[in-house]
Design a protein around this ligand. Sequence first.
Ligand code: 13P
Length: 355
Amino acid sequence: NWSEAHFRNKSLIEVAHSLVNPRGKGIYATDEDPREIQARLIAALGEAGKDISWTEAQAVERRKRWRECLYETMPADHISGVILYPETLHDFKLAPVLANRGIVPGVRANGEEYPIPASPLEPATDGLDNLLPRMTKAFDDGARFAKFRTGFMCTSLATGGLPTQLAIDTQSETLARFASIAQRAGLVPIVEPDVDFSGDADLSRSTEVHEKVISAIFARCVAHGVLIEGALIKPSFPQPGLKHPSRESTSPVDIGLATVKALSHALPVALPGILFLSGGLSDENSTAYLAAANQLVDQNQDGIYGRLPPLTFSFGRGLQGDAMSKWVSGDEDGARDAFKARAKACSLAVRGKVE
Ligand code: 13P
């Protein structure tokens, strides 16, 4: 009925705004699946020269303790929300630890990637099956937002010009269906188009691909009746691919400009905010790109870059690398301090400053 729908819309809008405001706050993404987080912990242990044989029960306990360690002292002055993997939400039941600190818990909604049969170099993403009951259960266990990651390939026109229109259509339809279902369950959807940068695209090609992909996503969101005021986007930064010779000579200002251009061309003005992923960039680059984009928006007095909503972070690797190295060596206090230092650096980057 009307008043229920009105109430749902109002809370979606409030939660979406609280994730990107006040300026300086962003999201910590801790939604790696058990295999991914195990691989990251093992890599950090290997670097610390430690033993790496665990039973399955020990592995579960370590994942839980790693999460708890940071959640218990999560700095609410810099972190607005945390994305949880379903195991952390439903089995470890850690959402209240965050909510009690004034931090909004969210859930990962996407499943695995698999090759698109008609274009096998490109991924499609699972996760729509049983989505409404899964999202309703996540809401019941304390989640107030959900994120869905979809990957897109990005290559130069000379080597095939990926992504294909088929991949753009498939993944944007998936994201729009996710967003409409998440809102139905009372969760703010974060659509995450993650454009690959391992290939040979230059900066202008990557910018063009970001524009096309993001425009397609919102066209489908409108078709599915998604409340744009109660949704958010988590994009990658346009950048030259690792195989393009300009990779090293491209500055953060070049990347900031490309980012602001692609987003201002492709986003609907009702969208409350933008939260970048770090995508395996170095700590230094992820904060430098975020700061450069924010500086440009601040200097935008003549409106040349359009009007963008807040640009902040939703980093996983870009926030936790140093903390994890300390934690695997048994230094929990050191891990918490390292996390806080990185959260502060990311928060400064949102204000356009680099430490
Ligand atoms: P990274 O910042 O490590 O890319 O993680 C963000 C995320 O949620 C990836 O899906």
